[in-house]
Design a protein around this ligand. Structure first.
Ligand code: ADP
Length: 782
């Protein structure tokens, strides 16, 4: 038998904590360990007794979709004292627990770090006072602790996201999206207060996601005289025709002298000085509640798995780790270091060292903040480039609509205007462009105004109109139009068609000088199948739509108790959407085009279902879902698989196939798609700008003049399309219309391990080979 792993959730609850518990419990069992739930956070550890209970496979069934934490959380004053921690050490040893997973916020992990540092001393004291014998404590000489960052605030240094922060952001954005309607109708102002006592992450990301007019965060107090600055920007935006005014305030907002800036005070300023009908909305605890968003479900799952892996890999000399995520890569860093950095940030704020606090948050936070300030309004005299560097930048959407296309366009337009460029929208893709030429102008090429684009910040689909048509359908007219409208640069937003279009334009440069301009692609595809990136805009929006759909299906399955559902996911020839959905809902298994479906596979799955239904005697409330990508097999369609399961179930249960279809495109873009659209679009315009004033030859000679922006591992990168090392030649599976390397493929196996299907397969062929203890390596998702 392996380790006995204790697990607790502590401090403020966060959506996704239950996903952590499920993943840790099941992964522990899969790796021949035992899992113990320590109830009510450190309180359970201090009190012991029945507050520490073994958790079995079935105990955590259906937990992925539940908000809060089902093993409870508490603030525990006793654990802050050495006496409390002494009792905790005793309880761990008496329960034979030799490893601890702590999921919580800043305070909880500080507590964990103190406990770890004191451990040897605590054991000595337990022996010296006769509480335990030397023999009893001997096997527990080192305490292996792994921390998981569970907090809605996202206030940790060294990680991009904490478990729960995107669910809270989702709640905030939904609320502000709703406020838009009433604010616009009455030309009102709204001051929206969000959580964040020391950390403005939620407020900043909400402001970016909703194009708020002004923002207050604790770590970047406004300069003195901010009242006039705020009123001036709001007046300018109103004069441009903006009917709604949104101000976002973090609860810990303060001025440079650390005086609290209250929402009511801001409301009074707007009412008195601008005579604006203004209301205050304090979102409060609603931000914590509700089911976790898709990101928090897969993040909590992958990080829970990583925590068990990290525990099993620890030696007495390794420092206690904390599990992190950087862009798309899950990793570990030192618990003590992370806690220290996070505390330094808070201390810097208290010491009025705001610049230092912003740097400690991480460089990306600073970039977002800078970007936000530049896009809030169109008036930035200091940012304007000299005339010689100003460009006419065309923006085009290509392929199927995807969440994030509009916010990306809005950010690009606003940023172009800030810098003095001319943003030109091409409507309805390349066919729209070709229909529109000098003799026959149909309005599909025109300059975009700030106000028009500002309204796109939270709109789904494509306001410009997108089209799958490629430039190759009429290359000469395409080139003619490029010349006619004097495009200096082209910004493409779209999926695999956009990628293909970019490749065609690049290759046609030798015949058409009009294409010898910088070209850049921001991938946007619900299927997440664009080479050059591990994440395409819109994939998170679709994932959320599909996950919500599956939640409903699952509820129906669990109510009838004897029904399994086969849900058909889109994604073309890429199994990303299907696999990540399966991971996020805890599906039985997933069928992908990369792997295909064999008769042997189906047989195992039917056996699994049969055993599973027999075991739970109809008591399962979780519902069983299989996710099948639409192109996983030409033979075994969704309907055929459902029918086969029905035939083999012999009336003991039944299966139904469901096709959510276009529902998967989702409604409004998810906050993740909005903020990534914002950040990546700005990066794209910055990139195009580097070619200002260069000759055609210089542009053609630079491989990066035709580039795709993407998230690769833990970085955001621009990759050249052409050249020997270019994405077209090295990373593209042209026939499969997907990247050659798909880092999420490893997650298929994890879906099977965590559903229990892997154990059934092992039981059937007696072969543990291939399943073993899962090794995620450099787990990345998206
Ligand atoms: P969060 O983890 O969400 O930041 P808290 O700051 O309330 O929440 O911390 C949760 C619990 O962690 C506290 O109730 C306490 O039991 C423990 N804790 C916090 N700070 C310390 C500390 N410095 N030493 C020991 N335990 C601590």
């Amino acid at each position: 038998m392996g380790k006995r792993i204790g697990l607790l959730t502590s401090g403020g609850d966060a959506p996704g904590m239950n996903g952590v518990v499920r993943a840790v419990v099941r992964m522990a069992i899969h790796c021949d360990c035992e899992a113990y739930g320590i109830y009510e956070g450190y309180e359970g550890l201090v009190q012991g007794g029945d507050m520490i209970r073994q958790l079995y496979w079935e105990d955590v069934r259906g937990w992925l979709l539940r908000g809060g934490t089902l093993i409870g959380s508490a603030r525990c004053a006793a654990f802050r004292e050495r006496a409390g921690r002494l009792a905790a050490a005793r309880n761990l040893i008496l329960n034979g627990i030799d490893a601890l997973v702590v999921c919580g916020g800043d305070g909880s992990l500080t507590g964990a770090d103190v406990f770890r540092a004191e451990w040897t001393g605590l054991l000595d004291e337990l022996v010296a006072t006769g509480t335990l014998t030397a023999e009893q404590v001997a096997p527990y000489a080192t305490l292996n602790i792994v921390g998981l960052l569970g907090s809605i605030d996202n206030d940790f240094s060294g990680t991009d996201a904490t478990i729960g922060c995107y669910s809270a952001l989702t709640r905030i954005c939904e609320a502000i999206d709703d406020v838009f309607d009433t604010a616009t109708s009455h030309r009102r102002g709204f001051v929206v207060e969000v959580m964040g006592r020391y950390c403005g992450w939620l407020a900043l990301m909400a402001a970016i996601s909703t194009a708020a007019d002004w923002l207050f965060i604790p770590e970047m107090p406004p300069r003195d005289g901010w009242e006039e600055d705020m009123c001036s920007i709001i007046t300018k935006n109103r004069d441009r025709g903006k009917r709604r005014t949104i101000v976002i305030v973090a609860e810990g907002a303060q001025d440079r002298n650390l005086n609290h800036i209250a929402s009511a005070k801001i409301k009074d300023i707007l009412t008195d000085r601008l005579h604006l009908d203004t209301r205050v909305s304090v979102l409060g605890h609603i931000q914590r509640g509700g089911p976790p968003c898709a990101y928090d479900r897969w993040l909590s799952t992958l990080q829970g798995v990583k925590a068990v892996e990290a525990l099993l890999a620890l030696t007495p000399d390794t420092p206690s780790p904390v599990v992190t995520i950087r862009e798309n890569t899950i990793g570990v860093s030192s618990l003590a270091e992370t806690v220290k950095l996070t505390q330094e940030t808070a201390a810097s704020i208290d010491a009025k060292q705001f610049d230092r606090a912003m740097t400690l948050r991480d460089s990306e936070f600073l970039d977002y903040h800078r970007g936000y300030r530049h896009l809030t309004t169109a008036d930035h005299p200091k940012m304007l480039l000299p005339d010689s560097q100003r460009m006419r930048i065309a923006i085009i959407h290509v392929g199927a609509p995807a969440g994030g296309m509009n916010p990306a366009t809005r950010a690009a337009v606003a940023y172009c205007l800030t810098k003095g460029h001319t943003p030109i929208a091409i409507h309805n893709g390349f066919p729209g462009l070709c229909r529109h030429h000098a003799d026959k102008p149909v309005g599909s090429v025109r300059e975009v105004k700030w106000l028009e684009a500002d309204n796109w910040v939270n709109e789904g689909g494509s306001e410009l109109g997108t089209n799958v048509g490629l430039p190759s359908e009429d290359m000469p007219t395409t080139a003619h139009c490029f010349e006619l409208y004097r495009f200096d640069a082209l910004f493409l937003i779209g999926g695999f068609e956009a990628f293909t279009a970019l490749s065609q334009l690049r290759m046609a440069r030798d015949r058409f000088p009009a294409f010898r301009i910088p070209l850049v692609l921001l991938p946007a595809a619900m299927s997440n199948n664009v080479p050059g990136t591990e994440y395409s805009l819109g994939s998170d929006t679709s994932l959320n739509a599909l996950v919500s759909f599956c939640d409903v299906v699952r509820q129906s399955a669990s109510s009838s108790r004897r029904c399994a559902f086969v849900v058909e996911a889109q994604g073309g020839k890429s199994g990303y959407l299907a696999t990540t959905t399966a991971l996020a809902i805890g599906a039985v298994t997933v069928y992908t085009p990369e792997q295909g479906i064999s008769i042997q596979r189906l047989t195992t799955d039917i056996t699994y279902l049969r055993q599973n239904f027999a075991l739970d005697h109809g008591a399962s409330r979780a519902g069983k879902v299989i996710v099948r990508n639409e192109r996983a097999s030409a033979t075994y369609s969704t309907a055929v698989i459902a029918q086969m399961i029905n035939d083999e179930a012999h009336g003991r249960f039944e299966a139904q196939g469901v096709v959510p279809g276009h529902f998967q495109q989702g409604g409004k873009p998810s906050p993740i798609d909005r903020i990534r659209a914002f950040r990546l679009a700005i990066r794209c315009i910055d990139h195009l700008e580097t070619f200002a004033g260069k000759s055609h030859q210089e542009i053609v000679d630079d491989d990066l003049s035709a580039a795709v922006i993407g998230i690769k591992g833990s970085h955001v990168l621009l990759s050249p399309m052409g050249g020997p090392a270019g994405v077209e030649a090295t990373e593209t599976d042209w026939e499969g219309r997907r990247p050659k390397h798909e880092p999420w493929l490893a997650h298929r196996k994890l879906v099977d391990i965590l559903s229990g299907r892997a154990a059934v397969e092992t039981g059937l062929n007696g072969d543990r080979e291939g399943w073993g203890c899962y090794d995620s390596g450099n787990s990345s998702s998206n």
